[in-house]
Design a protein around this ligand. Structure first.
Ligand SMILES: [Zn+2]
Ligand SMILES: [Zn+2]
Length: 340
């Protein structure tokens, strides 16, 4: 009388793969998360583009360009979902008779059972935002090379399907996203008013991240634009040149006859230097003011060992400064109009 059951169990002992379609949002996008241990960026890809354009080979992280097999991009919630579906599938196969055995089996055999890697670990520093607020900050992209549609909260540089780097268009989108983020801060505070500490922390992180995104997107933009100028001294542009304001400015001076200080007023230039130094502190010194910062930024409002405070106005001012600089560089890089 146990023959059927034994046959079922034998069948289960062989590895089986079940395909679990991932839930899509109302616009047809699926959640994805970069498997890179340092990145873990979350983004969305149009479900049909993930299936048709990414195929089974490799996908790229839009933020860090990490490459990984297309099965490795499940979010923790999706892993749980797939586990639940797989367990339900097992239960159905066993007619419920060996429920506990199935659970043990599932635990022992998990990697072979699922089409998703289970190596995803939860992000250690999540920022929890109300869903509606996240939607305000979501930026949609369509790859100019392969037309894959994807979206991300904040900057994204690379197409998840083909890895194409679209920094020139991304810079403009980053400005827009950061400005939208700042505009959304009052509603974030309001939505989180039950926990003022958490709200304060979320707003602080968003402002600090926005500053990093702006500077990073501008550096990439300047580097890419410089590479497109035929008369530029390309050999002098080293790795990281565009992350140093003075070096980048000298390169532009040689390429188009004007450096950053020629394109901004002295006051604007001082602001730019200060913001870039603040971003450097946030990235490398957890925002704690050191002697190097005081020298380079000429900022007299802080003393050593204080932590810098990024205000909403700072982020908006920085966005305006970088937009002005980017537009001026673009105009100078354009080929001269044909002679009549
Ligand atoms: Zn990544
Ligand atoms: Zn693409």
């Amino acid at each position: 009388m146990f023959d059927d059951l034994i046959r079922e169990v034998r069948q289960l002992e062989r590895r089986q793969t079940i395909s679990v379609p991932l839930p899509e949002d109302k616009e047809g996008y699926v959640d994805r998360q970069c498997p890179g241990a340092k990145c873990k960026a979350e983004f969305k890809v149009l479900g049909k583009d993930w299936d048709s354009k990414v195929a089974n080979a490799r996908a790229y992280c839009p933020v860090c360009r990490n490459e990984a097999p297309s099965d490795d991009w499940a979010t923790p919630a999706q892993v749980k979902y797939v586990e639940a579906v797989a367990l339900a599938h097992l239960k159905r196969q066993l007619h419920g008779a060996l429920e506990s055995g199935a659970r043990q089996f599932n635990q022992r055999q998990r990697p072979g059972l699922l089409t998703f890697s289970l190596s995803v670990t939860p992000d250690t520093t999540p920022v929890f935002l109300p869903r509606a607020v996240g939607e305000v900050m979501r930026q949609r992209f369509t790859c100019e090379r392969c037309q894959c549609s994807y979206s991300s909260i904040g900057a994204a540089f690379f197409c998840p399907a083909c890895g194409h780097n679209s920094v020139l268009t991304t810079f403009v989108q980053t400005l827009e996203t950061v400005r939208n983020t700042v505009a959304a801060l009052p509603s974030i505070r309001q939505a989180m008013d039950a926990d003022p500490d958490a709200a304060h922390n979320a707003v602080r992180l968003l402002l600090e991240q926005s500053m990093g995104r702006l500077v990073g997107a501008f550096e990439n933009y300047a580097e890419e634009l410089f590479a497109s100028v035929p008369t530029a001294p390309h050999a002098k542009a080293k790795r990281g040149s565009f992350q140093r304001l003075d070096e980048a400015s000298r390169l532009w001076q040689e390429a188009v006859g004007k450096g950053y200080q020629d394109l901004l007023s002295p006051q604007e230039m001082a602001g730019l230097v200060r913001f870039v130094q603040q971003r450097h502190l946030l990235t490398h010194a957890n925002g704690i003011v050191d002697a190097d910062y005081l020298t380079k930024s000429a900022d007299r409002t802080y003393s050593i060992c204080q932590r810098i405070v990024i205000r909403e106005a700072d982020v908006l001012t920085l966005a305006d400064l970088l937009a002005k600089l980017a537009n001026a560089l673009k105009a100078l890089s354009a080929p001269p109009p044909p002679q009549p």
